[in-house]
Design a protein around this ligand. Structure first.
Ligand code: DOR
Length: 431
């Protein structure tokens, strides 16, 4: 067992006077003013904000198959540095995570690295081909205990297959996370369909390609009484569809990415492929609607869609470049800039959208827990007044495709702790 640790003068959820928190055997043993903590190692919190460890429902760790872009080790390091204690690893690896063997491999590798809990997401369809269901039951029954299934990167566009998938996961207590994109409407698309794409001569990705699939899937989830999760919501229209569905009690949850909260398609003017992402950056009206929806709970949570790409796949002309952006190390700061600074969320709200809700949606018990006595010491300490300048080359990911390069962002994660073990401190990964 590790030595007890006394965190002095921290502010859980950024409210109230600073308190001390004693960690013993991986659990919050005491919480209160001026704790004794004799024999414990001491950490001076100096008024830092304490939050439950962040949970990312959507990251591409690229292992197995593209270890030149990211590995479970480097992705876990980026996650720990960004304040994450659990990450859901998407299934579009090579081989695809569509069998118990592959998801167990990812799960075990994550456990061996030990920096964050790595939850493999299982593919919905075999090989992501959209033709027949993958081995959902076997993945759920495996050591990885998969609960979230997604063909992310691709849409499960066949309505009957989507219906069957929803019916099936209901019995498994799981959720289908849909990449909502009608491929017929987006064939050849390179940018959000609108004025900017027209000006730049890029083929358009219409908002309706997302909204129509979300509407269809909400109806299918209603009929199956199953849980649907909508990945990377990007349009104001999708927010309205989600509002309609939630008002009717349909079991749908949704995520928004940091980049869709902050960036718009105006960024495309220089044709820099670092701004290419799927779904594409949209308009300022969309970012405003997404921020409001995250504040009022129509969009449940923030997920990074961390998508590292090797240089040869990204540093090329726009049409050939792969879509995707890094996100794990910058997510909290972008949420502070877009949601907390403008007064749309307080720290409790940050804990809700970046930890509690995603843990619940993904079924990650033991994560997203309150900062309270008897709970796992899985938490982070954040300096709310610090700021930092993003440099892709300095991020822990193997890739450097951050769209926030050179931006000064608020907030800095100083400590990440997973069940009492410090995994990252002051910009360095430990253990
Ligand atoms: O931009 C994206 N990149 N969107 C996706 O849905 C997939 C992801 C990837 O795997 O690179």
């Amino acid at each position: 067992m590790t030595r007890p640790l006394l965190l002095r003068g921290i502010r859980p959820y950024g409210v109230g006077d600073p308190v001390d928190l004693l960690v013993r055997d991986g659990v919050i043993a005491e919480l209160g003013a001026q704790l004794d903590g004799t024999g414990a190692e001491r950490f001076d919190g100096g008024g830092l904000v304490a939050l439950p460890g962040l949970v990312d429902l959507h990251a591409h760790l690229r292992e197995p198959g593209r270890e030149d872009a990211e590995t479970i080790a480097t992705g876990s390091a980026a996650a720990a540095l960004g304040g994450y204690t659990a990450v859901f690893a998407m299934a579009n690896t090579d081989p695809v995570a569509d069998t118990a063997v592959v998801v167990e491999h990812v799960y075990r590798r994550g456990r061996d690295v030990g920096l964050v809990d790595v939850h493999p997401v299982g593919a919905v369809t075999a090989g992501l081909r959209g033709e027949r269901l993958a081995e959902l039951g076997a993945m759920a029954a495996s050591a990885a205990a998969v609960r979230m299934f997604s063909d992310d990167g691709l849409c499960v566009h066949d309505s009957l297959l989507m219906r069957r998938a929803l019916e099936y996961v209901r019995g498994l207590g799981g959720v289908i996370a849909q990449h909502a994109e009608d491929p017929r409407l987006t064939a050849g698309a390179q940018a959000h369909e609108g004025e900017v794409a027209a000006r730049l001569g890029l083929a358009g990705w219409p908002a309706a390609a997302e909204e129509s699939i979300v509407a269809r899937d909400c109806l299918l989830a209603r009929d199956a009484a199953a849980s649907l999760h909508v990945c990377h919501v990007s349009t104001a229209g999708t927010v309205e569809v989600l509002r309609w569905a939630k008002e009717r009690g349909i079991r749908v949850s949704a995520e928004v990415t940091p980049h869709h909260l902050l960036l718009t398609d105006e960024r495309l003017a220089g044709y820099d492929p670092v701004n290419k992402v799927n779904p594409p950056l949209r308009t300022a009206a969309d970012t405003a609607a997404l921020r409001a929806a995250l504040a009022d709970g129509i969009v449940d949570c923030v997920a990074t869609d961390h998508a590292p790409h090797a240089g040869q796949d990204k540093d090329c002309e726009w049409s050939a470049a792969r879509p995707g952006m890094l996100g794990l190390q910058t997510a909290l700061s972008v949420v502070l800039a877009t949601m907390v600074r403008p007064g749309l969320l307080d720290w409790r709200g940050v804990a809700r959208v970046m930890s509690e809700r995603p843990a619940r949606i993904g079924g990650a018990t033991g994560q997203g827990r309150p900062i309270a006595v008897g709970e796992p010491a899985t938490l982070i300490l954040v300096d709310p007044d610090a700021s930092w300048t993003v440099r892709g080359a300095q991020l822990a990911s193997l890739a450097d495709n951050t769209p926030f390069e050179g931006m000064e962002l608020p907030g800095r994660v100083l400590v990440t702790m997973l069940r009492g073990a410090i995994t990252a401190e002051d910009g360095k990964v430990l253990c």
